[in-house]
Ligand binder design. Structure first.
Ligand code: GDP
Length: 301
């Protein structure tokens, strides 16, 4: 299971505590539910989702006439899988055969956007795809260079202009280059400054329109990158961006370094956006497509 190692800390914070609770209390009573609630909130599952989860557990316990706490574990895993699954297909969308697939990455500085773009480029390249990167963050000092470092590491080209130039113009150039070079997948970086977010949203919209004008079926994904270690903050960022920038999917990074993996459950349950990718480390290969069953399995199995 690809998630197992990365989720070790979350497993300790969530599952081992639940297991300890079950062996210690044995019976399902009010105090049991209260302690369970605390554990789930502590693992960043989020108050709204925890309340819902506890209600669902209570119903199930009644329905199945469960008395023994040990029998609750599989019910809890079942509920978590159901919450994580939602209705959407979590796989990345692609363009129709023969057309260029375009992915637009958005998210606040520091969340792991550039790293994720590098890792995804590596993954797609190793699947035999011809990949091109666009350095659309012309605002943050060092952003272009950092993307170029990833480009070199992975062996894919980066289309760029000088720092401070119009990001929509960079993306326009990149789309033209992608057409000329018969690229399969174009991955676009964008700025993530929050200090002046009014024009950040306008900037993202302009980029979106440029892509759509040049390639009517694109972008195929607008991926919002969130840092799992920020817990509830990641949830607020998702709400902020999700409403305004046409986000189609989420990437949760740094799940390896955190005990706050429960945030994946909160995000999935409280927002109507699928988690498409998760980052499980800093290396090139540490990116996985999200799979709800495997995720819960890594926690509980
Ligand atoms: P950006 O500002 O959003 O482009 O963020 P960066 O890509 O520069 O990443 C910020 C930091 O987070 C860097 O030190 C990355 O190595 C680190 N990072 C990114 N993704 C992951 C991940 O999945 N796991 C861990 N442990 N670190 C990550």
């Amino acid at each position: 299971n690809v998630f197992k190692e990365g989720l070790a800390k979350t497993r300790t914070a969530l599952v081992e505590k639940v297991e300890e609770l079950i062996t210690r209390r044995k019976k399902i009573d009010e105090e049991f539910y209260e302690e369970l609630e605390e554990i789930l909130i502590g693992a960043d599952v989020g108050v709204t989702t925890v309340m819902q989860l506890i209600d669902e557990l209570r119903d199930e316990v009644k329905k199945r006439k469960i008395e023994d706490a040990a029998e609750l574990q599989p019910v809890l895993s079942e509920k978590l899988v159901a919450m994580l699954k939602g209705e959407d297909n979590p796989k990345l969308a692609y363009a129709p055969e023969g057309e260029i697939t375009v992915y637009l990455f958005v998210g606040v500085n520091g969340v792991g956007k550039t790293t994720t773009i590098g890792k995804l480029a590596h993954k797609l390249k190793s699947e035999g795809k011809n990949v091109l990167l666009a350095a659309g963050d012309t605002f943050r000092a060092g952003a272009i260079e950092q993307l170029e470092v990833w480009g070199e590491r992975v062996g894919v080209d980066v289309i760029k202009q000088s720092s401070g130039s119009d990001p929509a113009a960079v993306i326009y150039d990149a789309v033209q280059a992608a057409k000329q070079r018969k690229v399969d997948v174009l991955i676009c970086d964008t700025a993530g400054r929050l200090q002046n977010k009014t024009n950040l949203m306008e900037e993202l919209n302009k980029i979106f329109r440029v892509i759509q004008r040049e390639l009517p079926s694109a972008p195929h994904e607008v991926l919002l990158v969130l840092d799992a270690t920020t817990g509830q903050n990641a949830l607020s960022q998702a709400k902020l961006f999700g409403e305004k920038s046409g986000v189609t999917g989420l990437v949760l990074t740094k799940l390896d370094g955190t005990a706050k993996g429960g945030i994946v459950i909160a995000i999935r349950n409280e927002l109507n956006l699928p988690v498409k990718l998760v980052g499980l480390g800093e290396k090139m290969g540490d990116l996985q497509e999200f799979d709800s069953e495997q995720f819960v399995h890594a926690l509980f199995a």
